[in-house]
Write a protein that binds this ligand. Structure first.
Ligand SMILES: Nc1nc2c(ncn2[C@@H]2O[C@H](COP(=O)(O)OP(=O)(O)OP(=O)(O)O)[C@@H](O)[C@H]2O)c(=O)[nH]1
Ligand SMILES: [Mg+2]
Length: 258
């Protein structure tokens, strides 16, 4: 397995961390990440956080060559931030691309185990809902919403992924370079489902590794009702299209356009 990235040999690995008002969370998460996987590069994608997160990221980058910063103008949403980060990675030589929230919910300490699963997968999801996974400090209604969203997506799309809304993921470069990322427009939870669904449909292998997800202790959540409504509607549409054999562009799947 000579080409297998591991926790010790991952010079070509990039962790993309999107930030919006994460001034108290950024330094701790990058520190934990580099303690767990010292050789990885990090790209902070900051959308002009009014709380100065972008400047904190610049300070970090000035002292540590593993840290890079992308500044975007104004809050453009989590999905758009990740897509910009992925495009940046694909312009360079990164072979493994990770997405991780800044708020400490995604434990960097589990990343080596997730990287190990790349031995037999193209996308590895840090999962709350496989045996050994758990959620800490969530109110009951949040867990209910999350578990319900996962059950709904599993049934609507007919995929076996237990935590399809999870935002902690390791991609092989080939997945991101082959998916039509320019077609992805969904945000929030829907972005995660959309990306996983495209990955499965393109025939890539998906694995899940148990994580302990801890609710953010500092800063504010950016979750809201419209993110949930978008996900419910989109997933239903994808499920119906898939069962009718229609591609996401509205054409039957097997037609070849000239
Ligand atoms: N660049 C950028 N980052 C964002 C944006 N919205 C959210 N983020 C970041 O994306 C990550 C996830 O956002 P959260 O607010 O934690 O969303 P969530 O995890 O669904 O919600 P909670 O479970 O309540 O924390 C965090 O690192 C945020 O700072 C955005 O518009 N632009
Ligand atoms: Mg969060």
């Amino acid at each position: 397995m000579a080409d297998r990235p591991s926790a010790d040999r991952n010079e070509s690995m990039l962790v993309v961390i999107p930030t919006y008002n994460e001034k108290d969370n950024l330094l701790p998460i990058v520190r934990r990440l580099h303690a767990a996987v010292p050789a990885t590069d990090v790209l902070v994608v900051d959308d002009g956080s009014p709380d100065g997160t972008g400047e904190i990221a610049d300070g970090l980058a000035a002292e540590d060559s593993r840290v890079k910063v992308m500044h975007r103008q104004g809050k453009g949403g989590l999905g758009a931030a990740y897509l910009a980060g992925f495009a940046w990675a694909l312009d360079r030589d990164y072979q493994v691309i990770v997405q991780m929230d800044a708020d400490g919910s995604h434990p960097p300490e589990t990343l080596p185990a997730m990287l190990d699963r790349l031995a037999d997968a193209d996308l590895v999801i840090g999962s709350r809902y496989v045996p050994g996974g758990s959620v800490v400090n969530w109110p009951k209604h949040r867990e209910f919403l999350s578990r319900g969203g996962n059950l709904y997506s599993r049934l609507a799309l007919g995929v076996g992924i237990r935590d399809i809304t999870a935002g902690y993921r390791v991609f092989r470069r080939t997945v991101l370079s082959e998916l039509a990322l320019d077609e992805v427009q969904s945000q929030g939870y829907c972005f995660q489902i959309d990306m996983a669904w495209r990955t499965v449909r393109d025939g890539f292998r998906v694995a899940e590794v148990a994580i302990t997800f801890t609710e953010r202790e500092r800063g504010d959540s950016k979750m809201n009702g419209s993110i949930v409504r978008e996900a419910l509607w989109q997933v239903a549409m994808w499920g119906v299209r898939s069962r009718l054999g229609i591609g996401s562009d509205g054409r039957p799947k097997d037609t070849v356009s000239a």
